[in-house]
Design a protein around this ligand. Structure first.
Ligand code: NAD
Length: 715
């Protein structure tokens, strides 16, 4: 078989290597190692006839990085083999940069992870100036580190301080940003210029030496025995720990590899990096994150939950009913995707306030240089505020976001439906009301669906799509496509009270408040939640959504279900805390100015000391920290299992991705069901039984989960 790294040599001795590995992108797999090994040998044998080397790719991207199919499978038993293979890759890159001839990367497309590492092993980088191209190290978002020399080289190029954010924050830079950062040396406007500039650099007879191979090279900002370096070295681990709460070993190892590597010679620095890369690759956190944020997320985006029949039909004109917090956000993300929006509220002035809220957000982005004034103006011009149903004519999608009041929703949906296109999709953004009931507002419930957005809409990446009992596949397909069109991630669930995300999130809030009511110190509840990796503590979140919301949902559920309401609803320590807070204590949450936290006008919020006086028993440590942590995580995982068994959720991918992107379930776990997998179903069941014995039947595993554990299965 011919080498998938094509080698051609021109009259002036410039060799061009064009990477064209099997598959849609070049990745660092066995085929790459073999091809690069053979290529390096050939270059070495012919070095006398070579003026220099240009590396480019035949794919749309330059190089996609590590092969995640392989990485997710590397376990402890294969750690040594993995390390050897990694060292082979690094040895090849080292051979290129020490060939004795100038080597330049002609970066024709995105270079992420391993792709950027290949480019950094070159002496010079020219990049195509195409705004769709990205350069960066996304490894950390999958629990890994740049392990093919990326840390050692970036630290030597920029110094520890400038390198760390580039290595540990997963940032992906556009070509002009990469030029500014120093990863790229030159930009080219088209492919011809790219190759011409790369060749010209080679022919200018530069010294084919990396900065770190020149005598006397030092890491720019690190003088190990200089007192000026001490504060950085001493403070960095604490700063990292504060950010990660110890949940993300990758961030800690990146820091360690950067600092330790900076104090060592280059070859040893590469070896240290390999050591940490091997540890992370074989560790559980990377498995969780790769599985969910790569494989399952891609599965979702590829349309696994979208009915296959209906053709894609982009939304052109959307009617958003209600210009409040959610409606304005939905209008903004739709307009951003090029969709015309009619934003309707009780009157035009109210609708205009929604547009003003969008304008204020866009203005902030313009001020920060993230958006041009022209793009802001174009986006705002796509949103038409109105108070009249007649303006909804021609809309092919309706998204209702008025107050959470069933009768009001039925009314506005009914009148809007009469004005829009006869086959328009009609959706509600309700967070709690069953979709099948709301579908009665329109003559054809087949066209009705739930589109549950999250707040703040412009930043939250998830939309939960809810199919009612009569929603047609065509409607689901069009709703699914719309969510992708506005560049969000869709999960699809069947109708039920609270759907998936609100129901699971509700258990987290209730458990946190119950812990407070049982006498646990509120600071312990909040800190343990954050240490477990939750985005926000349960008491802080409850303040955001208001303390009256869980009470209203409870009341609504009891009215709707009557005797069929779950036993215990409207009782227990959480309920008592909420009643006291919203009643006699008059603290309804952040919007009301006081909740579990105090909100001083001139400073940061802090937990209200009255909570301790009223509820904390003794020192507030009555429930062991491990139990607090497990209660907060297990309650959500167990609820997810129930929701899956009830058929509300229909895929593990939707459960995992939805839990992290929608309700901030700890990302290191890979989501609620992956948390169960990684714990081990046997261990999870045993621990849940312990929690049930100690704290209540809500922790009792379902028979289905027990059976799955007994059969040695996983989600
Ligand atoms: P909001 O109070 O900010 O906005 C509601 C808007 O509806 C107001 O502007 C109001 O004037 C308007 N409205 C009232 N009657 C109307 C009518 N007859 N015609 C047109 N507009 C009318 O509320 P919100 O937070 O944006 O929530 C809206 C919906 O989204 C609710 O169903 C809520 O449950 C749901 N939701 C909210 C969140 C959240 O975090 N806030 C998250 C997901 C879903």
């Amino acid at each position: 078989m011919s080498n998938p790294i094509h080698l051609s040599r021109d009259d002036e001795g410039v060799v061009t290597l064009t990477l064209d590995l099997p598959g849609s992108a070049n990745v660092m797999n066995a085929a790459y190692r073999d091809a690069m090994g053979a290529t390096v040998e050939r270059l070495r044998a012919q070095v006398e006839d070579i003026t220099g080397v240009v590396i480019t790719s035949a794919k749309q991207t330059f190089f996609a990085g590590g092969d995640l199919n392989t990485l997710i499978q590397v376990d402890q038993a294969h750690a040594a083999e993995f390390r050897r293979e990694l060292d082979v890759v690094k040895g090849q890159l080292r051979a290129l940069e020490t060939l004795g001839r100038p080597v330049v990367a002609a970066v024709n497309g995105s270079a992420l992870g391993g792709g950027l590492e290949l480019a950094l092993a070159c002496h010079h980088r020219v990049c195509l100036d195409d705004p769709s191209i990205r350069l960066g190290f996304p490894e950390v978002t999958l629990g890994l580190l740049p392990g093919a020399g990326g840390i050692a080289r970036t630290v030597r190029m920029f110094g520890v301080q400038r390198a760390l954010p580039l290595l540990s924050e997963g940032r992906q830079l556009r070509p002009e940003q990469a030029l500014k950062a120093g990863w790229v040396d030159e930009l080219a406007h088209d492919r011809d210029e790219l190759v011409a500039k790369a060749r010209a650099w080679v022919l200018a007879d530069p010294q084919p030496l990396q900065p770190w191979d020149r005598p006397g090279h030092r890491v720019p900002d690190l003088k190990p025995f200089d007192p000026e370096s001490y504060p950085l070295l001493a403070a960095a681990p604490a700063v990292v720990r504060q950010k990660t709460h110890g949940c993300y070993p990758a961030v800690e190892r990146i820091l360690a590899a950067a600092v330790e590597g900076a104090l060592l010679d280059f070859e040893t620095a590469l070896a240290v990096e390999s050591e940490y890369m091997t540890e992370l690759t074989t560790g559980q956190t990377a498995k969780n994150m790769i599985g969910t944020f790569w494989f399952q997320l891609n599965e979702i985006k590829a349309g696994r939950s979208r009915p296959q029949g209906p053709e894609a039909r982009p939304v052109r004109r959307v009617a958003v009913l209600g210009a409040g917090m959610m409606g304005a956000g939905i209008a903004e993300v739709s307009a951003q995707a090029g969709i015309d929006v009619v934003l309707k509220d009780v009157d035009e002035a109210a609708a205009r306030r929604g547009v003003e809220a969008v304008a204020a957000r866009l203005d902030r982005r313009v001020a920060k240089g993230r958006l041009t004034a022209a793009k802001r103006d174009a986006l705002l011009a796509r949103i038409t505020p109105t108070g009249s149903d007649a303006d909804l004519a021609g809309c092919d999608l309706v998204v209702e976001a008025v107050f959470e009041d069933r009768d009001l929703k039925l009314r506005v949906l009914g009148t809007a439906e009469k004005e829009v296109l006869p086959d328009a999709v009609i959706a509600s953004n309700t967070s709690t009301l069953p979709i099948t009931g709301l579908a009665g507002a329109v003559p054809e419930p087949e066209r009705f669906i739930g589109l549950h957005f999250f707040s703040p809409v412009d930043r939250m990446p998830l939309v939960e799509i809810i199919t009612g009992s009569r929603t047609a596949p065509e409607t689901l397909a069009r709703a699914f496509d719309y969510v992708l069109q506005i560049r969000k991630t869709p999960i699809v669930v069947n109708d039920s009270r609270g759907f998936y995300t609100s129901r699971t999130f509700g258990t987290y809030l209730t458990e946190g408040i119950a812990l407070l009511g049982e006498g646990v110190h509120p600071a312990l509840v909040e800190n343990v939640a954050r240490k477990a990796g939750m985005a926000v503590g349960p008491l802080a979140v409850c303040d955001e959504v208001t303390l009256t919301l869980p009470l209203r949902i409870r009341a609504q559920t009891m009215t709707d279900l009557g005797d069929a309401a779950p036993a215990g609803l409207g009782a227990g320590p959480a309920y008592e805390v909420l009643l006291a807070m919203t009643g006699e204590l008059g603290r309804t949450g952040k919007a009301g100015g006081a909740g579990f936290y105090e909100y001083p006008a001139d400073g940061a919020k802090y937990l209200w000391p009255g909570l301790v006086q009223r509820w904390t028993k003794g020192d507030g440590l009555g429930v062991p920290e491990q139990d607090v942590r497990d209660r907060l995580l297990y309650i959500q995982a167990l609820e997810t299992v129930r929701i899956l068994e009830e058929g509300v959720l229909t895929s593990v991918a939707d459960a995992n991705v939805g839990s992290v992107l929608g309700i901030g379930f700890a990302p290191w776990t890979g989501g609620t069901l992956q948390f169960v997998n990684a714990t081990g179903l046997d261990r999870f069941v045993a621990r849940a039984d312990e929690l049930a014995d100690a704290y209540g039947e809500r922790f009792r595993p379902t028979p289905g989960l027990r059976a799955k554990a007994a059969a040695g299965e996983r989600f």
